[in-house]
Design a protein around this ligand. Sequence first.
Ligand code: ZN
Ligand code: ZN
Length: 386
Amino acid sequence: MKAQVREVVNECAGELVALSHAIHEHPELAFEEHFASSALCDALEGHGIAVERPAFGLDTAFIARVGDGDGPNVAICCEYDALPEVGHACGHNVIATAGLGAGIAAAAVVEQAGGRLTILGTPAEERAGGKIMMAEKGAFADVDVAMMVHPAGVDLLAPQMLAMTQLDVRAHGKEAHAAAFPWRGVNALDAIVLGYMGVAALRQHIHPTERVHGIITRGGDASNVVPKLAAARFNVRSETEERLDALKARVLACFEGAAAAAGCELEHRFLGPYSDLVTNPALAEAYRRNAEELGRRFVDPATLTTRAMGSTDMGNVSKLVPSIHPMIAVAPPNVPLHTAEFAGHAVSEAADQAVVDGASALAMTAVDVWTDPDPGGFRGAASSRR
Ligand SMILES: [Zn+2]
Ligand SMILES: [Zn+2]
């Protein structure tokens, strides 16, 4: 069956790569991924796979179910959202089409393997977390294992993905003519700037794997009016959700103290959180064997200066079902994600090869799950969560 899935992926390699490039040429932001979502659904239907779209209350989400065996239900996740200004700088065109290829190939053997297959289109990974919303509506309720592959500068089996929340703060002050009556004003921008500086000071005293970073989203409307409203958006990340709770409180305190100093009222809300990623060891080992058989070589995490790659809503999925989220190389190791440079690499020859290899390795891993003589093997390993 593994030979069979590889053959299917190779047969549709041209189609997968063309679609990867087409999605890359049409970068769409979170929840607006109409082109990508439709193109993926059309491709699945073209291969005789029925698709439900939209799904789980999200316009650009979809689900396809294949097979009705007693064996495990393997879910393959396709992401396809892009970033403002830099487009597909996270290479989700590669995730989408590797997932598509894996789905088409795994569907070809699922009946024979006696398992079940679920192909999920999961919007808005870069903002808000489509998978979290889908999970709340039961997208993973009957799933036994979930997998996807994400592009990067190296092949890395178990990237560290941090728990993350988004903090939105708004400071409310009072407007005044900035020259004629400045003493009548209460400056909301001061509150936000002092909060920003407070976070900068805090950073010396957080753990090396923790991250706090943000932007000022509103700083006033005219330089001669004391700003009555100013706002900022920050991401707060830590290794675990427990540690994240503690860090959230420290970051919020920076803005609360700043608002008090500036005499402003502070309004805040936390969004998320994205959970840290728990890689299932048995599934990861199966993926490693399959990817190595395709000629891919994994980097030893000990040789990396940092294992932390970011955060993902796949982390939340990994807390529900055994999951993997390996990284697959499409660029040289020193090219950072979320840059225009990385976006260029997401349609390189290496990226095209990653689409094909990622599709094959995921489909081969699905075969491993379906044919595992010890059906508790993958599911049982979930209990070894760190
Ligand atoms: Zn990404
Ligand atoms: Zn990203």
